[in-house]
Every structure is written in C-alpha cells, then in structure tokens.
Write a protein of this length. Structure first.
Lengths: 493, 306, 319
C-alpha cells in the first residue's frame, strides 16, 4: 500500500512537472486572425505577419504606446539636411541575432531592398517618396526622397531593418532574423509560430519568455479559445463580450469610420442637404449602443486624433434632427433618393452602422437606397473616379498617424475616395504634403479640415477603439497603433 | 483494359482543361486583386504602378497565351496573396483537406457498415426503424450548425477538446465527426438497403438451407455483392469532399485545408492561386473517378462501363 | 387485416378514393405522417408569415439586444425565442426564414429539374452523338468542384436571392438528366415502346404516352430529395456569406450572424439550426414514405417486412 501511494505520488509530481514545463510562467499564447503567408517583413502588408515580426525586427523610428514618434534604432530624431535628404544617426553596438552588425550598411540594404520594384513590395505605398539611402559613416545614414517629405520620419517607423547578408538566404522568408527583443523559434505551418526571448537584446531581455501564435479567423472561435483557457490574448474583441472575458482592455485605435458625400451628384449637390445628413446622425447613440461605448464621436474630421495635423479646434457635428428636417424641406429634397454604398464584414459593425445611418436619413425625409456589395465590387465603386457614389461608407485606417493619408484619401479631389470637386483644397493638400515647416503644415491641414467641415464634404462618424481580450494572468496596456509588442507585456505568474 | 483506361484518361484531361478555362475566365471577371493587396489609403498612382509591376495590365489575350504555355509546365505563377508559388501553396494545404476527408469518411464507414448490416437483419424491426430515423436525422442536420454545437458543448463547456485549428490528434476529432455525420447516414442507409435486398435473394436461401452459418452468409456473400454500390457512394462522398464541401467544416473549425484557402483566395482576388486550386482538385476528382471504374471492373467483370 | 388495407382493389369492398387510401397508408407510417404534418405547418408558416410573426424580422431595437428565450432568466414572452445582437426578434426571423428556404428550394428544383429533365429526355431519346455530348457535359459539370464553382460565380456576379437560385440550379441539374436519361433508355427498350416506334408513332406521342408516365414517380421522389439538398445548400451558402443577404432573412444567414455570439447567446444559432434540421428531417421522412409507396417493388417489400415483423412479435408472445 505504501509503495502504491509512493508511486502515485511520484507519478503525480512527474505529471505536474511536465504540465508546467510546457507552459511555464512567462509564456503566452496569442491568437491572430490569419496565418502569415511569409515572414519576410518587407514584402506584404499583412497584419498577421506584423504581429510576429514587430517583435523580431525593429525600425529606425518607434512610437510610444500613446503614439508619440520617438527614435527607435536611431539614436535621435532625424535631421533634415536639405529639401530631399534626412540624416539619421544610429545607435551603436547593436547586432542582429545572427551576429551581423546593425549599422549604416544594414540601413542602406533595407531601404534599397524595399523600394526595389523587383521585390514587388505591397508596402511601397508607404515609401513611395523614398529614392534611396547613402552611408555617410558606420553610424550615420542619409535617406533621400524625391521631394520635400515631412512625413519621412513617420515612414521610417514602418520600415523594418533587415540583415544585409542573410536577406539573400533562401530561408529568409521562413526564418526571420532581426535586432529585436525576440528570436524566431519555429513555424509549424497551419498550426502555430513560436518566438522566444532574445537574451542579448540591446534594450534588456524581455519579461515574457516565449510566445506561441495561433491562427484563428473567426472571432467567435477566438473568444471560445480565450474562455477555454487556451489563449492569453485575442484581438478585435466584440464590445458585447467585454463582461464575459477574464480581462479586457480598450484603447483608441487607428480606424475612423466615415461616409463620404458627393458634392456633385444631383441628390447631394445642395450643401443644405449634406448639412442635414450630418445633423441627422446621432453619433452618441451609435457609439453607445452599437459599440457599447467603445468608440468616440469624431471631431468633425477624418484625421485620427493621435495623428499629426489633427485639428483640435473642430467640434463634433451636432445631433439636430429637427434642423435637419427643416433644411431638407428648405432644399426641396423631401423624398429624394440617396444611394448609400457599403460592404459587410470587413470592418467592425460596418453593416450595422450603414443601416443605422440609413435609418437616420430616412427619419429626416430622405429615401435611402442601401447597396451592400461584395468587397471587390465595393472597392470598384469606392475608387471609381467617373461615377462617384452619393454616399459611401469607409473605415479609414491611419497607419502612419499623419494627416496626409486621411486628407489625400478622403478630402483631396481626384484622389482615392474623395467625392468633391474642390480644386483649391486639392492644391492645398498637395502643398501640405511637401511643406517642411511643421507649424505651417499643421495650419494647412487645419484649413482643409475646417473647409470640409463647413462644406459637409464628409460625414465623419466614430473613432473606433480596439478591444483586446486577455487571460487573467496577462498584464498589458494596448497601443494606439494596434501593434502587439510583446516586450511591453508581463504575466502575473 | 488499356484502351479503356486511355480513353478515360483522355476524357479526364479534357474535363480538367475545360474546368481550368472556366476558372481563367471567371477569375479575370472577378476584379482587381491589387485593390485588395494595397492599403486602402494608397493613391491611384500607387495602385496603377503596382498593377504594372505584377504584370496584370497586360491584355487578356496575352495573359491567356501565357497561361496556356505555363500550364504545360505546370507553372501557375506566384500566388498574389501569399507571394510564393501557387502550386506550393496548394500542396501545403491539400494534405489537410485529404486528412479531413479521410478521417471523416473512415469514421463514417466504420460506423455505417455495422449499423446498416445490423438494421438489415431484422427489417421493419425496432433497430431498423431507429436506424432509418437516425440516418434521416443525420442527413437533416446542417454540418456547419452541428460543428458549432459540438464546439460549444465539447470544447467550451466541457473543455474536453480544443476549439479549433490543427495540432495533435485531439484536434481532428470534432471536425471528423462533423464531416462524418451525413456521409455515415447515407452509407448506412445504402448498406442497409443493399444487405436487405441481398438477404432476400435466392442464393442466400440456398446457402442457409445448405447449412452455412449466418455470419458466413452475411459476410461471405451478401455484403460482398453490396460492395459495388457501396464503393460508388464512398467514392462519391470522397469526391464531394474534394469538390469543396469541406469548406464549411474547415471554416467552422479554422481547419486550414484547401477549401478554406480557396475562400481566402477569392477574398483576395488571387487569380493564380484559384487556378492552381481548381486545376489540382479537378485532376484529383478525375483520377478518383477513373480509379473507381478500374476497381469496378476488377470486382465484377460483368459490369459494362461504356 | 393489414393485407386488406394495403391492397384495397382485391377486397371487393366499396372502392374508396385513391387519396383516402393514400392518407390511410400515410397514417400507418407514423414517421412519414409526422413529416407530412410538419411540412404542411411549414408551408403555412411561410405563406402566412406576415400574419404569424409577432414582429417585422428586420426591425432593430438597440435596447432589447441579445435577450434570452422566454423560459430563461432575463427573457420575456414578448420575445419567445429571444432577440439577436441588433434586437431583432428571433421567432419572427425563424418564421420568415422559412420563406427563403422554401422559395429557393422550390425555384431551384423547378429550374434544375426542368433543365435536367429536358436534357435527359433529349439525350435518351435522340441517342448517338447528342447523347454523348450531353452526358459529357454532365461529366464536366460533375467533375467541377461544385462549391468552388458556386463561390466563383457568386464572387463574379455578387450574392443575393436570384444569384443563389441560378447558381444552385446550374450546379444541380445533372442528377435529373442522368436519372431521366436512364429511365428513357430502359423504357424505350421495352417491347411495347419498340413496337409503337416501329409502327411509326410520332416521337411526341411516344414521349407523352409511354415515357412520361414512367417518370412521374421517380421524378417526384428525386425532386423532394433534391429539395432537401437545396435547403441545406442554401443554408451553407448563406452561412458563408454567399447566399441571401441582409436585410432579407434566411436561416443559414442567421446562423452566420449568430456564430460570433455563440458563447453568450446560443439561441441565435440554435433556433435557426433547429428549424433547418426539422424542415429537412420532415421532408426526408415524408419522402421516404413517398418513395416506398409509389414504387410497387418497395411496397411489396414494406408489406413483407411488416408481416415478418408481426410474425416475429407473435412468435415472441407465443413462447
């Protein structure tokens, strides 16, 4: 009998050791929405790949969790030497984890590779202005642009630095090597990617020892995984579930929803009609009811509140359905049909938002024809220059956190999805893109956003928050730029 | 036999070619992949430049000629979405779908044969009526709903099994059950009706009169003759799976097989990957069809397959 | 006793109407009877949906989101099946959902059936090259990854009710063609049809008087079984987002909408799923009965089995 209990005691102890060895304190599992197709950090514009590579590779400039642009691998903020050249000084004594030194050669190689047309990088739209990089000395690099480019520092926050020799290795895309706080460990295709802490990281070894990424496309399945204890962190948690999960955190994110109104189409030509359309929407109700409070009403503009060029002077559009009805009557637009284009499933609560707005516009006397298209067709309509839609829903994401992106997409006539014909505004937007004096630049964006606000070119809706579900043992404050930077995470066990 | 095989292979190739043509046309109509690949805030010039870099602005006729030429060397180009050779992507995901179909069909056959045979022993009896009802029930439950319910019950409530994805052996259990249910129901009903019919045949009565033990009769004679229709159905179930009916199960369980990949490829307007997938699947279906015909001939030389 | 009712013509009793006899047979097969009753109820539900449903299925009410079914904590009888994430009443959506399923099912069977029957008739009757060509077309279509074809077409044309019907018809006509062609070929080989053709009977007369009557029974059963396939296929398509689009209601669509909330609100998925299952099961049970009843060989078997089962029971009692 004693022997039996001794044996079972040993067996139990052994099992416990095995169990905890698998998931020791300081290891976490993160669920991302899709498996990366490649771990080459410069080829694709893929959130799944970034989730992993943001911890393995680093960039010259970085951002604080609150989105302030600070030096990363650079030693200090870059200096603009002349109209088309920015000078970066690099931090000394940094190595890639395969021993290659991080220096000016590495920067030049990284820049040259990503702008090379043969790479066919999907990220080229972030770096379209860069013409090249030149080594000045081992720790100084000049990056040249094709014209004045005040956004260059923000661009360098998006460009990952790769090891110049290893980059031509055939394994590069499946076994990444960077300067960052984590090392690539393994990739079991279809199943998971594992990264481990880099003990020699120049910023000090991170707290969490190992991260396993699992690929789960369905938000309901991610939630189930979290609830079942299989996961420590899930993204895009729906607002309805914040009470269910062990822990959650919400932070203002990069996405802003907006309805772009046409200033030329017969039904929306009259500025009074557009003003009415803006006044008719109860944005507070949308934020509270649809998003459970996890969204903020926009301040009358498409620019992200954390972005450079955000116009702090603009106030949110009021909710005044009576005035809206009166304006519609005055413009003689009662019963007029407005087409509202949109898609479903790509962005959080997109269909619900579109239908809610349609309901608001119907309530003030318009007839709304809601057309939800499949995403490819929706994109065709969004970018169709010849036939602008009366109204089209978009959720704009501002990765570089600079007003230029938002303004060029939604405000500048003739660009991506703007629906106005304001050539002065377009000229100002083009000028602002190359204005190197930040004060002047900010003033130009203030001017543009105010003009669009007064003219009701857009109906900006909500600044959406990113909600993350976490296990009880994970301790983390999420970031505005929605990057999953594991070195900022801790476990409580 | 050889002539027959050659003829079937020739027909099969025509079929595969026809299928690939259709996909080529359909994918060109679908839309602009570049719009989905680049961030929404890209400018029109950036999109146009990228389209040109990918060679997608070449005239359709030229694309078609290149496509046919590449087909001969089985070069499907690089997947626009994954940026690596399309055929490699297909071969990475294909085994997972095959595993799903195999496990599902295997489970179905394992259950269907004994259940069907047992029900057939006493037709009209209690077991038979239960089996028939159960079979019809199995055919009536939508697979995606069954999968979701299984996940809620076994993974979330009981924590017995994982909620999704691939991994160790425990990950295949729920997906295999979900795949198996309708197949099992169909196969069981077919086994039952075949065995009933066989058991009523004269030669069975003769065998029993001769004194052969019942199980000998059952397995030695009745079930062997039921083999051909059974094989037909099993083969059809397999083909159905390949033909995309794993998509639903793969979606629900986040099982990264070919169906799942095809859905994503369509999402990304990835023409090249779609072509590669459809081509591969068509070839597999044709091969399975031909193999089944060969097996028929081997089992029962009387069968005329013309 | 049982014998007399199954073969009424032989009793010499007052001849009852064919329908009454059928009704009695249906009653005997409890499962088939229940199936029939459910089907009738579903038809009523679909046709009279506006009268039966307590609410408009598309009406959203932000205040009453995710209410549980009435018999659970937090539910109330104003919403017997609870509400979904937009506050829409689930019972109403289930009732209206029947319309989509039945409409798609009937339309597709009608179109696919007509197309398939015509092609099968043509192939079987004309034979030769035409037959070869049509059957090759069937082969190509069968070899085509069915669901992938559906997905492709939908992504080109865009999803919706009409696309769903057209696409399902295009991918499901083949079975009709094959079955009809087989029957045509075998009927043409019977002595009396050969004789009729020999004496120069017009083809249309041959078809109508000899071939068609042989088609009705298998076509009926096939159509009903295909109907269940279509209902399941439409549900799967809507589930994948390729079928019926909001604001229209479909059971498959509701399951897709509800799966994100599965963990907190299982009723969003459970009731539409149950509806699909019950509908398809009912049709299957009824079709099973129908198949046996309309096929003389099967009727014989059923009769024989019932007798054998009875005998076994009596034997058991006798011991």
């Amino acid at each position: 009998m004693k022997l039996l209990s001794l044996i079972s005691g040993v067996a139990l102890a052994a099992m416990t050791v095995f169990a905890t060895a698998a998931a020791s304190a300081g290891d976490i599992t993160i669920a991302i929405g899709s498996e990366p197709s490649t771990l080459d950090p410069q080829v694709r514009d893929d959130g799944g790949e970034r989730a992993v590579n943001d911890n393995i590779y680093e960039t010259l400039m970085a951002r604080t969790p609150d989105a302030k642009l600070v030096p990363g691998l650079a030693a200090a903020d870059p200096v603009q030497k002349d109209g088309t050249t920015w000078e970066f000084k690099l931090r000394p004594n940094i190595k890639f984890t395969n021993g290659e030194p991080f220096n000016a050669d590495a920067v030049v190689a990284s820049v040259t590779r990503i702008i090379d047309p043969t790479l066919k990088s999907e990220q080229i739209s972030y770096f379209g202005t860069i013409t090249g990089a030149k080594k000045v000395d081992d720790l100084t690099v000049d990056i040249t642009t094709n014209g004045p480019d005040p956004i260059l520092p923000a661009r360098m926050y998006w460009m990952k630095m790769v090891p110049p020799k290893y980059v031509s290795d055939p394994n590069f895309a499946s076994h990444p090597i960077g300067t960052g706080p984590y090392l690539f460990d393994s990739w079991s295709r279809g199943e998971s990617i594992v990264i481990k802490a880099n003990p020699n990281y120049w910023g000090g070894a991170p707290s969490i020892g190992q991260v396993t990424y699992k690929f789960i496309g369905e938000s309901g399945t991610r939630l189930s995984g979290l609830m079942a204890g299989e996961l420590d962190l899930i993204t895009n948690l729906l607002p309805e579930f914040t009470k269910q999960v062990p822990k959650f955190a919400a932070v203002q994110g990069l996405e802003t929803s907006v309805i772009v109104l046409s200033t030329e189409n017969p039904s929306t030509k009259d500025p009074r009609v557009r003003e009415a359309m803006n006044l008719a929407i109860d944005r507070d109700a949308l934020a509270k009811d649809l998003f459970g409070g996890y969204a903020k009403v926009t301040q009358g503009q498409l620019v992200n509140p954390k972005a450079f060029g955000f116009n702090t002077a603009l106030k949110p559009y009021a909710y005044d359905p009576d005035k809206a009805k009166a304006l519609i009557k005055e413009a003689g637009a009662e019963g007029a049909t407005v087409t509202l284009q949109g898609e479903s499933g790509r962005w959080l609560k997109d269909r619900e938002t579109i239908e809610a707005v349609a309901a608001y516009w119907t309530a003030i006397g318009l007839k709304v024809d809601v057309q939800i298209s499949e995403f490819g067709e929706y994109l065709n309509r969004l970018f169709d220059k010849a036939h602008r839609p009366d109204a089209i829903f978009v959720a704009n994401s501002d990765e570089l956190l600079d007003a230029d992106r938002a303004v060029t997409s939604g405000y500048e006539s003739g660009a991506s999805f703007a629906s106005n014909n304001d050539q002065d505004m377009a000229a100002e937007s083009k000028a602002a893109r190359t204005e190197t004096d930040p004060t002047k630049r900010a003033a130009m964006y203030a001017d543009i956003t105010k003009k669009a606000y007064d003219g009701n070119y857009l109906a900006p809706l909500l600044n959406e928050e990113d909600i993350y579900g976490m296990s009880a043992r994970l301790d983390w404050t999420p970031r505005v730029d929605s990057k999953l930077i594991v070195k900022e995470m801790k476990t409580t066990d | 036999m050889i002539r027959f095989l050659l003829r079937r292979i020739g027909q099969g190739l025509l079929v595969v070619l026809g299928v690939t043509m259709v996909v080529f046309v359909a994918t060109r109509l679908v839309g602009n992949p570049v719009q989905v690949m680049l961030p929404l805030s890209s400018t029109d010039q950036e999109r146009a430049a990228f389209t040109h870099t990918l060679g997608l602005d070449k005239p359709i006729a030229q694309q078609f000629v290149e496509f046919i030429g590449n087909l001969a060397t089985l070069n499907f180009g690089d997947s626009l979405w994954q940026r690596r050779p399309a055929l490699a992507v297909v071969f990475q995901h294909l085994p997972l779908t095959l595993e799903l179909i195999a496990c599902g069909l295997g489970l179905a056959i394992l259950l269907a044969v004994p259940l069907g045979a047992f029900a057939a022993l006493r037709p009209g009896g209690i077991a038979d009526r239960f089996a028939t009802f159960g079979g019809l029930l199995g055919l009536s439950i939508p697979q995606f709903w069954l999968g979701l319910m299984l996940i809620v019950f076994f993974a979330v409530r009981l924590h017995w099994l994982p909620t999704s994805g691939i991994g160790g052996p425990s990950h295949i259990i729920l997906p295999a059950i979900t795949m198996a249910l309708p197949s099992m129901a169909r196969l069981m009903m077919m086994v039952r009706s075949s065995v009933i019919d066989e058991l009523n045949q004269q030669y069975i009565r003769t065998a029993r009169a001769k004194g052969l033990h019942f199980t000998q009769v059952l397995f030695g004679h009745a079930m062997r003759n039921a083999l051909v229709p059974f094989l037909t159905l099993a083969g059809w179930e397999f083909i159905n799976g390949m033909a995309g009916y794993t998509v639903v199960v793969e979606s629900v369980f986040a099982w990264p097989g070919l169906g799942f990949t095809a859905l994503k490829a369509i999402d990304h307007n990835d023409l090249y990957l779609l072509q590669a997938i459809v081509f591969t699947v068509a070839i597999i279906i044709v091969i399975v069809n031909i193999a089944m015909d060969v097996v028929y001939k081997a089992i029962d030389p009387r069968i005329n397959l013309a | 006793m049982t014998a007399a009712n199954i073969l009424p013509a032989e009793t010499g009793a007052t001849p009852r109407s064919k329908w009454w006899v059928l009704a009695e047979e249906l009653w005997r097969d409890k499962a088939g009877f229940i199936g029939f009753v459910v089907i009738v109820l579903l038809l009523i539900m679909a046709i009279f949906a506006p009268l039966l449903a307590p609410y408009d299925p598309a009406v959203q009410s932000i205040l009453t989101r995710l209410k549980p079914p009435a018999w659970l904590d937090g539910g109330d009888w104003a919403h017997p099946f609870g509400t979904d994430q937009l506050g829409r009443d689930i019972l109403s959506r289930v009732i209206y959902g029947a319309r989509a399923s039945l409409l798609v099912g009937v339309s597709v069977v009608a179109f696919a059936g007509t197309l398939g029957v015509l092609l099968g008739l043509f192939a079987g009757y004309k034979g030769g090259r035409i037959d070869l060509f049509i059957m090759r077309a069937v082969d190509v279509q069968v070899a085509f990854p069915g669901l992938l074809l559906i997905i492709l077409i939908v992504s080109v044309v865009g999803p919706g009710l009409v696309t769903t019907i057209v696409v399902l018809a295009l991918t499901n006509w083949m079975v009709y063609a094959r079955v009809i062609r087989g029957i045509v070929l075998s009927v043409r080989q019977t002595a009396y049809v050969e004789a009729a053709e020999m004496i120069g009977t017009k083809p249309s007369r041959v078809i109508f008087r000899h071939i068609l009557p042989n088609l009705t029974s298998p076509l009926l059963t096939l159509g009903i079984l295909e109907f269940t396939n279509i209902v399941l296929a439409e549900a799967a398509m809507s589930f994948l987002g390729l079928g019926i689009q909001p604001p229209a209601t479909s059971w498959g669509l509701d399951i897709a909408n509800g799966k994100d909330y599965l963990f907190v609100a299982w009723w969003l998925v459970a009731f539409p799923g149950l509806s699909i299952s019950i509908t398809v099961l009912a049709i299957n049970l009824f079709a099973n009965w129908l198949r046996v009843t309309t096929d003389p060989q099967e009727r014989e078997k059923r009769f024989a089995r019932a007798k054998a089962a009875e005998r076994r029971r009596h034997r058991g009692e006798g011991r």
